[in-house]
Design a protein around this ligand. Structure first.
Ligand code: ADP
Length: 333
């Protein structure tokens, strides 16, 4: 290996003691929280290598996006002085070379630092040293709804009502502040020790400049991608409503609504609005899912209307959930 390459690799190593050069604050690196390859990266890579890139790539800078998002690593970081614990998202500067890569990072930071809500991951601070950019976030120790779903598959209606209500409240706040998350999925719905939802990962989020604006590009591949994004027809807040529909379906049914073994087929089913709700799902839940998964974005309800929907009011809504829900179905008696 050349010495230049060795030097390069050394730069990618995150030190055990991270120092914010401007404040002098020191953080001890702890447990590794996040994966090296995000599903987003794998999907982007799949699209790229299977040659359907040109069909579904929404912006030509998908490849750099893949690299930034795939290689963000997340560690527990402890403030040495206060002993406060954070989730530290670390991005190597070697992946932030081109101006638009830096702009994406700046956009994620600027959006996330400007918001504050009970059900959104709190943005604590950010800084950089010579080799990395560090983002310090509220630590969510109970992982995300993705792990809960993988363990439990279909969960109960009261649990779904509990989690989904918190997601809607957070989205209502985001939309009021002209922010679209654009990648709501189980893996971005983090859970804290109180079993509260915290929406995270603002890597694909955008802020509307004016009411009625429709975004034309989306640099990346959202998990629960809406038909208007696939059709490049211009999109807005309704994409979060679509994703919410996919989330509710997945939580109650145990698998995503448009799932196939091949991404191209999944996108085809989304475009044709081809999904089936099993008969065991309650009428209120099925009706809400159908409203959220309307092909035409103008037919979907907004977050205020969803909050008033029958599904959220027709059955038991737990005030809190025990952590045992992460592994087994609760008994509500
Ligand atoms: P990416 O842009 O790579 O999708 P994420 O923000 O989703 O980045 O973070 C990557 C991983 O880091 C997550 O899947 C999760 O495992 C972990 N992570 C991110 N934020 C937090 C947090 N606030 N608390 C705990 N773990 C987190």
């Amino acid at each position: 290996m050349s010495s230049a390459r060795r030097e390069e690799m050394k730069k990618d190593i995150i030190p055990d003691m991270v120092v914010d050069p401007s404040s002098g604050k020191r953080y001890l690196k702890g447990r590794f929280l996040g994966k090296y390859f995000s599903p987003n990266m794998l999907i982007s890579f799949y699209i790229f290598v299977t040659g359907i890139f040109s069909d579904f790539c929404l912006s030509e800078d998908l490849i750099p996006q893949m690299r930034i998002r795939g290689f963000a690593k997340c560690y527990e970081l402890t403030d040495v002085e206060t002993k406060e614990l954070f989730a530290g998202k670390v991005v190597p500067k070697s992946l932030l070379v081109k101006q638009h890569q830096k702009d994406k990072m700046t956009q994620e930071i600027n959006i996330h630092r400007s918001i504050s809500h009970k059900y959104i991951v709190k943005f604590h601070s950010f800084f950089e040293d010579s080799d990395h950019v560090y983002i310090l976030l509220e630590l969510c120790r109970r992982r995300s709804l993705m792990e809960l779903h993988k363990r439990r598959k279909a969960i109960t209606e009261p649990e779904t009502r509990y989690f989904v209500r918190q997601v809607i409240l957070a989205c209502q706040y985001l939309h009021t502040n002209k922010i679209i998350h654009r990648d709501l999925k189980l893996g971005n719905l983090f859970i804290n020790d109180e079993m509260e939802i915290k929406i995270g990962d603002f890597g694909l989020a955008t802020r509307l400049d004016y009411d009625g604006e429709r975004k034309r590009t989306l640099c990346g591949t959202p998990n629960y991608i809406a038909p208007e994004v696939l059709g490049k027809r211009g999109h807005s807040y309704e994409v979060d409503v679509w994703s919410l529909g996919c989330i509710i379906y997945t939580l109650l049914v145990g698998k995503p609504p448009f799932e196939t073994t091949c991404l191209k087929d999944t996108y085809m089913r989304i475009k044709k609005n081809e999904y089936h709700i099993p008969s065991r799902i309650s009428k209120a839940a099925a009706t809400l899912i159908a409203k959220l998964l309307k092909s035409d974005p103008t037919d979907r309800p907004n977050m205020d209307q969803i909050l008033d929907d029958e599904f959220l009011h027709c059955g038991y809504l737990p005030a809190r959930l025990p952590t045992s829900c992460l592994t087994m179905a609760p008994r509500f008696d």
